[in-house]
Design a protein around this ligand. Structure first.
Ligand code: ZN
Length: 314
């Protein structure tokens, strides 16, 4: 399966590299250098796995965990410029999506516009809620101060990848004493699914019907729970469409880091193959899912290609 496009592969700058330590000392000697590298090992991995184009994004939580607004803005600009320079060396192999300092919605909108119009990026990837002003804040993007930002995303006609991050220490009581629940074990998915549900429940997509959000990890478990969510939500709030309908109109999911065929099948049934895109979220190694997607012939691959090469999700 040659000519693949991957949609959730991260890099780090020297400033943000330390944020990836959470994946553990046992992988650090391999992971650290790999996050900084573009032109050497990364390209060799891509060649070995038949990946033609990597859509690269900054590591997590990076910008979103910098409460100082000015500092967050500086680190964002630096990271986006690093990415643009690396892409310029191999524009045939790399595509960029922007990091954004959501701590300042107006600045985030301006930076997205710069990244799309001046640097040629094809969207944004943001690591969940932002800490704004002080380290113990959690600011979600359904809040009214983000409506202008979302209008700019819709106008630019580029997708916004809502990528996971951990909740702040102590903010979820059920995690106390069980650090193993954090990260990709559980918390990444629960945190991101809640954020996505907040966006839908806020009426954002009724206001901006062309807005497109991407979730990784087969939709962060939402496909499995969707019928139950809709059944109970519909009794409590009046909305022009169900959450399932909104997902099928305003969301794309990727396969990043989630490989069981049963989960993939559930996701395809929930959102449709045309809204599922290929991503790995680590080194390319799971040939089973690649083979499965290749058998689906076309639509998922076509969508990913249009995102990478034409610059906008339809
Ligand atoms: Zn990721």
């Amino acid at each position: 399966m040659q000519g693949k496009i991957t949609l959730e592969d991260h890099f780090a700058t020297k400033t943000t590299l330390g944020d990836s330590h959470i994946f553990g000392a046992h992988v650090w000697s391999e992971l650290g250098p790999r996050l900084l590298d573009f032109q050497d090992q990364r390209l060799r991995f891509m060649d070995a796995a038949g990946i033609e184009i990597m859509i690269a994004s900054l590591n997590a939580p990076a910008i979103q965990a910098i409460p100082d607004i000015k500092r967050a803005t500086e680190v964002t600009r630096e990271a986006n410029d690093v990415l643009a320079r690396e892409i310029a060396k191999r524009p045939d192999r790399f595509v960029g999506v922007a990091a954004l300092a959501m701590q300042d919605p107006d600045n985030a909108a301006a930076e997205l516009e710069r990244c799309v119009k001046d640097l040629g990026f094809r969207g944004a990837l943001v690591n969940g809620f932002s800490q704004v002003g002080s380290p113990d804040t959690t600011v979600y993007y359904d809040l009214p101060q983000y409506r202008t930002f979302w209008r700019v995303v819709e106008r630019l006609d580029v997708p916004f990848y809502l990528h996971p991050r951990n909740p702040l220490p102590g903010s979820v009581r059920g995690y106390e004493g069980h650090d193993w629940l954090l990260g990709p074990n559980w918390a990444f998915h629960a945190e991101t699914a809640v954020h996505a549900l907040r966006l839908i429940g806020s009426g954002l997509f009724d206001e901006l019907p062309r807005l497109q959000i991407i979730l990784g990890h087969l939709g962060e478990a939402l496909p499995f729970l969707l019928p139950r969510i809709d059944r109970y939500v519909s009794r409590q709030m009046k909305a022009p469409r169900t959450f399932a309908e909104t997902l099928r109109r305003n969301f794309y999911f990727t396969t990043s880091g989630a490989f069981p065929h049963s989960a993939l099948q559930c996701t395809i049934e929930a959102i449709g193959i045309e809204r599922l895109m290929f991503a790995v979220d680590r080194k390319p190694q799971r040939t089973a899912v690649m083979a499965y997607l290749s058998r689906q012939r076309g639509r998922a691959g076509t969508e990913a290609r249009s995102l990478a090469l034409d610059g906008a999700a339809p």
